[in-house]
Structure formats: C-alpha cells, structure tokens
Design a binder for this molecule. Sequence first.
Ligand code: 9WN
Length: 436
Amino acid sequence: LALPLTPAETDRLRRHAAAVLLGNWTGAATVPSRTLYPHQWSWDSAFIAIGLRHLSVRRAQRELETLLGAQWGDGRLPHIVFNPAVPRDAYFPSTDFWRSSTAGAAAGAPARTETSGIVQPPVHALAAWLVHQADPAASERRGFLRRAYPRLAAWHDYLTGSRDLGGAGLTANVHPWEPGMDNSPCWDGPLARVEPAPPDSFRRADLVHGDPADRPTDLDYGRYVKLAADYRDRGYADTGHAFAVEDPAANALLIASEYALAEIAAAAGADPAPHWHRADRLTSALVDRLWDAEGGIFRCRDLISGELIDERSVSGLLPLIVPGLPGRVVEGLLATLSGDHFRLGELPLVASYDLKGRSFDPARYWRGPAWFNTAWLIERGLRLHGAEDRADALRAAVLAWAGRSGFAEYVDPFTGKARGTRDFSWTAALALDLAA
Ligand code: 9WN
C-alpha cells in the first residue's frame, strides 16, 4: 500500500505533472496523449481543466472554452474536437470518417471546426465550477461563468432531452465510446447484436502506439465503426439506435454537474432552482432504474432488451459522487468497494471491472486495469459521504502510483504496473489536483 508522499516528494510530483500538462498543451487545449490521442477529447478536457487550474486559471478556462466553442446547435458537446494541424492518419476514426460539418449539419454541427458526432460523460459543469472557485475574482473579471453558463445548460438539455431514450428521465449512450469506458464487459451483450464493419474497411491507428494486449480487440473495433457510421449516415439524429444503454457513471456525472450548474447559474445571475430540481429528479431516476440492492452496485441498463446488465463495473460505483443518495445506497456502495469484487484499500487503486468477473483481464483497458479518473471520483465520493480515512488512503495511492507509473493511462489493478500510454494528461492533472 502507498504511504503518503513526503513534502519533497509531493513537490517533485507536482513539477512532473505540470511538465506533462505543459508538454501536452497545443495552444488552445491539451491532448490526452501526444502519440495515442493527438486531438482534444471531451471528458479528458474537463479532468485536465481541474488540474490546470492549479497552474493557470486562464489556461484552464481556455481548455473548457475551446471545447464549448465546438458545441453543436442541438447542444451536444462532441467527444473529439479535431486539430486541423495534425495529419489525418494519426488517429482513427478521423475527420474523413465523422464528416461532422456536412453529415452533422442538420443537428447544428459547426461549419468550420471538425468534430466527432458522439458525446462523452458530462464532467464539464463540475470542472467549470471548480475552475471558477480557484480564482473567483479573475473568473468574474473575464465573465467566464456568464459565457459558459448558456452552453453548459444547452448541453445538459440535450442529454436530458433528445438523449432520454428510455423515457424514464436518465441520459442514454448510443456508442461504447460515449460512456468513456469503451470495451467495458457491460457492452459485450448489447454489442453482440451489432454486425461488425468488415476488418478491411478501416485501419486502426491506435496499434501503432499501443500494445494490442492493452487495447480493445479488432472485433470490438469493427462494431464501434459500424455503430458510428450508421449514426453518421442518419445525420446524427437520435432515433433508430441499435445500441442504447443507461450508464450509472454518465448519469452520476450529469447529476454532480447539474448541481454545479445550479451554482454557476446563481453566480451568473440566473435562476438555480431548475437545476436543483433536475438534479433531484435525475437522482431518483438513477436509484429507481439502476440500483441493484442485492448486488450493492449500480448496473447499466440495456435499453434495447430493457434488462439490467449482469456485470459489476467501476461505473456502478461512481454514483458515490452524488450528494443526495439514500443512506442505504451509500452503505451498499461502501461495502462493495471494500468487498472482494474491488478490494479498496488492499490493492493499489480501484479496478475498472469486477476482480472476480468472468471477463476480467488485468491488462486490457476497461476490462480490469485501474484508471486515475475513476480513482479521483471515488476519492471525492468517499470524502463527500464522510469516509475520510478511506479517502485519505486513496488520495495517497493516486499520488504514489501516478508518479511511479510515469503518469500512465492505467495500471495493473494488482501490481500498479504502468499500462497504456505514459504522460497521460488526466493522470497528471488529477494527481496535481490531489497534491494541491
Ligand atoms: C475513444 C482519450 C480517450 C478517453 C476514453 C478512453 C480512450 C478513445 C480511444 O481515450 O478512448 O474515445 O481511441 O480508445 O477510453 O475514456 O476519453 O483519452
């Protein structure tokens, strides 16, 4: 287990984390990784802004503003904003695949910025509020919240409007890239219905930089491509989806962000009440629709079959960040975290998937490895619900493993060994936040 860092070690970690973020800054935003992910990603930018605020509030604001500047007319924030200076073959799928400015025109895609057409979890209002709090006077002077507020509100309207595909008040995801946990075993069932695109119809760029054992399989990719191409060919309209799921983490982040949006509204001179009410309604729907009392975890729901998905993912623990959860739910989550499926406090961080699950794989991406953004969120949730000791221990673990792994994208859940890419921006940013 990780011992708390000494002040000198914390200082060194801060300097390294800052160097990673400065190295990944492109002038308007931060790439998640110079090699594997050379554009701007949506939820990455939110986590990155949370760390950047400790280095430069101005730059943290800019990070979020660049993303908000690529918002579509229907309110969606795209999961990737492409940098035109980066060669097209550096990442797949690229602009020639998504074709947002033409294929997305009816949905209001920007005419001059190329983006993807899907979304990622809404961490942005939470990030904007935390960035504001880092220096309220400077934020006020630049009118940061006043400019961000209508865009963030439109974003949440999209997620709770067009994307309430189950009709029960939760937001749905229509592609495995959307919840940000691409190859989670939760999606194996819903994806099995999708006929994959032929392997020779696309060329993966991720395997140029990533170890195939750490990445999703070719079969997964075939299905990702098929779903995204079909969405594009329907003009990114939110009807007729072959894959639709309600994800606990995406909804929990929406709730946390909706509370932040209420604060932002008040600070921007708008009425916070509709946001409080929406956060409350979302919380009730989350518990009613996705809580599995017997399992002590939130489940994903497959909206095509209507069934809850019988897998334990870290996504089902992230609702711990929701303030208004019933006490019995919080107790259930805390017990599951410490129990033998996740072993919080015994292992380096928190595995992305059930350590005892039938699809567990300690190397492969979201099928077992431990990630730093989920650890950061759980740390926050533990603190919110008064589990200070466990939060302190997890904080120490994040700092220790972030540094030791060279700011890895993810780590082996048993050994903490680095996996995926290194100098990964959100690992650096969130370590910086917890070291502050
Ligand atoms: C697809 C950028 C993103 C993260 C996701 C992570 C991974 C992309 C990929 O990288 O997904 O969006 O190409 O594998 O799963 O959470 O936002 O860091």
